[in-house]
Design a protein around this ligand. Structure first.
Ligand code: HPA
Length: 277
């Protein structure tokens, strides 16, 4: 069904931060929680983490919140949860990622991040399922994102907005994650536009320019998080070896299954890391 409803972010004259502020007020009203400390976006394979972080005090449909689009994929849960950790930290769990490849523009892609910042969150944890390039990795393995290469050719920043991206994926938070799991390796995430998976030549290019992980999310969101002054922590679940590195064809089904298999282990890891933040 084609979308006929006007979307508040589609009007160039609208201030996306004003829409995010409205969304944050919706979240406060619907959850009864005025302020969140940490925001967490759950990508493929990471969904169970929410249950392990603490007590869910409210679950709301993303469609009830200003500016949130319906998720394009069945595997992507269109809900927002407010969780109270044993330490008393309020975590906003975003199960409703809008991908760049959906073609609704970068404002919608980063709206959840800007909304999280508007709820008060100072830490943004971004997770995804992605292809691995490093030969020492295997499917099912979680890795930290140490930096990114944005290959979308787009940016969430509008106009002459110059933002420093040094240490975008916080060294402090990566060190903290490695204290929880010293075996965590890390790598540079390359965001491609998608939705097609990369060609083997594109994967070779990504490797040549310093990439270790290929995926279709996260980099644009991390830039928006930094613009909002948040500290960013990024995790990729390696769901498959990138095209050409694995010799068998890539399939969405394989990605989903790798996520499901790894889910209990990586969700427990993520919950422990969140507990330390
Ligand atoms: N490439 C891009 N995105 C992905 C991949 C991949 O190999 N695996 C899961 N998401």
């Amino acid at each position: 069904m084609s979308e006929t409803i006007h979307h508040p972010l589609d009007d160039a004259a609208t201030d996306p931060f004003e829409v995010a502020a409205r969304a944050a007020r919706d979240i406060a009203r619907l959850t009864g929680v005025e302020h969140h400390d940490i925001a967490l976006t759950l990508g493929s394979g990471w969904g169970k983490a929410a249950d392990l972080i603490g007590e869910t005090t409210a679950t709301i449909a993303a469609t009830e919140v200003t500016g949130f689009s319906k998720p394009a994929l069945a595997g992507h849960v269109g809900s927002l949860r407010s969780i109270l950790t044993p330490k008393g930290t309020r975590v906003l769990v975003i199960g409703a990622r809008t991908h760049y490849y959906e073609g609704h523009g970068v404002r919608r892609v980063v709206h959840s991040v800007r909304t999280a910042a508007a709820t008060g969150a100072r830490t943004m944890v971004l997770t995804n399922g992605a292809g691995g390039i490093k030969s020492t990795w295997s499917p099912g393995q979680p890795v930290l994102i140490s930096d990114h290469i944005n290959l979308t050719g787009d940016s969430p920043l509008e106009g002459a907005t110059f933002i420093d991206l040094t240490d975008l994926y916080s060294t402090r938070l990566r060190d903290l994650a490695r204290r929880v799991d010293p075996s965590l390796d890390e790598g540079v995430y390359c965001q491609f536009r998608g939705p097609q998976y990369e060609t083997p030549a594109e994967v070779r290019m990504a490797k040549t320019i310093g990439g270790h992980i290929v995926g279709m999310s996260t980099a644009l969101e991390a830039i928006a998080a930094r613009q909002a002054g948040m500290e960013v922590l990024g995790f990729s679940l390696i769901t498959n070896m990138a095209a050409g590195i694995q010799t068998t064809p890539l399939s969405h089904q394989e990605v989903i299954e790798a996520g499901q298999q790894a889910e209990p282990v990586i969700s427990a890891l993520l919950a422990r890391v969140i507990g330390e933040l």
